[in-house]
Design a protein around this ligand. Structure first.
Ligand code: 6LW
Length: 522
């Protein structure tokens, strides 16, 4: 027996170094667009954009590019991230993460004020520096470091490079436009790499919807002239070969080379789920890259990718599954919980009642371009269920508290508890769809405490409530379409949020949330 165990340990040990075969896309699901990645040793770090949400720019870590753990955020302080009354899908656009000389840099744009800036740290899971702003316009900035010099690249009137002083952000040279893509609209998301004496400039074109594509050009000199790859685009799902692919809109990516010499690309895409509508936002995907005989990159053989990727992987290093649920016993919310714009923290408490998240009603509503008392987490699965147990206290008829499937101020489905003028409590289900505001259900309940539940599938959100936590009663269901990016525009995805609001400025009511349970179903 002992021998068998020793043999097993040796075999497992040997397997550790070897890659496996196959993985599933997306590698980071839910609203996590515009991924950028860097490697330090055998650790990979990845960031995605965050728009009107706070904290901003989530940071992920992985050892194999497939299994990712969210380890923190780059922008955790209002001094780094001003989102005051910003428009939906404004705020923080696409970030880039790079490592140079012992330091991590994250560069991005606050389109709602300040423009392009970067922050830095020596611990990506910890706090990042105060922002350093760069006086170069455009969006989707990136940094490139070479021989002690630092370069700043963004998409102004074309992809523009300037040299900067990395300590101050000051431009040392005027910006030079080096390429403008192959004629697709919105040439953006530049990233510069050097390989075998070539500078490769990777960008995306076509817009972030169905026409999205990734193109590349190269030059022997950083400032050009750049020659486009004759086989552009190197990634797109706009063509016939991907017309039935469950992944669409592929583009906006970043290359990384693994210690074994293999190359990979992370990029965004979305999964249409009901009549070409998607609600999960743009997600993060992974594909292998090889270099052809003419030294051009080829993504996954033919420039398309699949959910089931049947390719050799790096040695897998599985990570602990994220905790989707909580009973609010910690005195801090987990890294998945995010607020709208700059939150008024006095409206949130995990300590006033132990084991409860207390949300104090605010006159700011979910319909406002402001910061309502709201905290949510991304819907990461097409099929899911989320439930919460809550009570409403010290309330008047003006107050309510509940759970929302939230896309934007003009698109959210809310199930909540409110007090009627007869002193009794009601569960109410409301749909906000542009100018339409529809009350779908109102049901009186005994007491002031209730379980609320939302279930999502490909086509519908369905809402339920329960008084005892055992028997859940159906309230109503509604198509997913009205929360989609196709219906509403914008760049984000649906969050499942908990919130409290009031029609009264002098409100004193609050909701106590005793648990939040989120489960992928199917
Ligand atoms: C972003 C641009 C894009 O900055 O969408 O898909 C914009 N790409 O590069 C917002 O994510």
């Amino acid at each position: 027996m002992k021998r068998v165990i020793t043999l097993l340990i040796i075999v497992l040990g040997l397997c550790q170094g070897a890659g496996a075969q196959g993985y599933k896309n997306p590698v980071i699901s839910g609203f996590h667009p515009d991924p950028s990645v860097c490697r330090v040793g055998d650790d990979y770090y990845l960031v995605t954009s965050s728009f009107e949400y706070f904290p901003g720019v989530p940071v992920f870590h992985s050892k194999d590019l497939i299994n990712w753990t969210k380890i923190g955020h780059c922008l955790t302080r209002p001094s780094q991230l001003k989102l005051d009354k910003c428009a939906p899908s404004a705020g923080i656009y696409a970030p880039t993460i790079r490592y140079n000389n012992g330091r991590f840099y994250m560069v991005t744009t606050n389109v709602s004020g300040g423009g392009n800036f970067y922050v830095s740290t020596d611990n990506p899971a910890g706090e990042w520096s105060e922002p350093i702003f760069v006086e170069q316009g455009g969006i989707d900035p990136t940094l490139y470091f070479e021989e002690g010099k630092s370069y700043f690249i963004s998409n102004g009137k074309g992809i523009t490079i300037s040299e900067i002083d990395i300590k101050t952000g000051k431009k040392l040279t005027e910006g030079k436009i080096v390429w403008n893509g192959t004629g697709g609209r919105y040439p953006e998301s530049p990233h510069l790499y050097k390989k075998d004496g070539w500078y490769y400039l990777l960008i995306s074109e076509g817009g972030t919807e169905y026409g999205h594509k990734m193109t590349i050009a190269r030059s022997r000199s950083m400032y050009g002239p750049y020659d486009p790859n004759p086989s552009n685009p190197i990634l797109t799902h706009i063509n016939e070969n991907a017309q039935n692919n469950p992944i669409q809109g592929t583009g906006h990516g970043d290359f990384v080379q693994a210690p074994d010499g293999s190359w990979w690309v992370v990029f965004l895409g979305f999964r249409p789920q009901s009549l070409l509508h998607h609600v999960l936002g743009r997600e993060t995907f992974l594909a292998p890259v090889r270099w052809d005989v003419n030294a051009w990159p080829v993504i996954n053989g033919n420039g398309t990718v699949d959910i089931d990727m049947n390719v050799p992987t790096l040695p897998l290093k599985p990570v602990k599954k994220p905790d989707y649920s909580t009973n609010f016993n910690e005195n801090k919310l987990g890294v998945d919980w995010i607020y709208l714009r700059n939150p008024f923290m006095k409206n949130y408490s995990l300590t006033e009642k132990k084991g409860s998240l207390r949300l104090k009603t605010s006159p700011v509503s979910l319909d406002d371009h402001d910061s309502p008392t709201f905290v949510g987490r991304r819907q990461e699965h097409i099929n899911f269920s989320a439930s919460t147990l809550l009570s409403l206290k010290d309330a008047t008829e003006d107050d309510h508290t509940g759970m929302t499937a939230y896309y934007s101020p003009q698109a959210h489905y809310d199930v909540f508890l409110k007090k009627s003028n007869n002193g009794k409590y009601k569960v109410s289900l409301n749909y906000k769809m542009g100018v339409l505001n529809h009350v779908a259900q109102e049901v009186e309940i005994p007491g002031d405490r209730v379980y609320l539940q939302v279930k999502g599938d490909k086509d519908f959100y369905s809402f339920f409530y329960s008084v005892d936590g055992k028997e859940f009663k159906f309230l109503d269901k509604i198509n997913v379409w009205y929360l989609s990016s196709e219906t509403n525009g914008g760049f984000t995805g649906v969050l499942i949020g908990l919130y409290a609001q009031s029609k009264n400025k002098n409100t004193k009511g609050y909701g106590d949330f005793d648990e939040f349970i989120y489960k992928p179903t199917l």
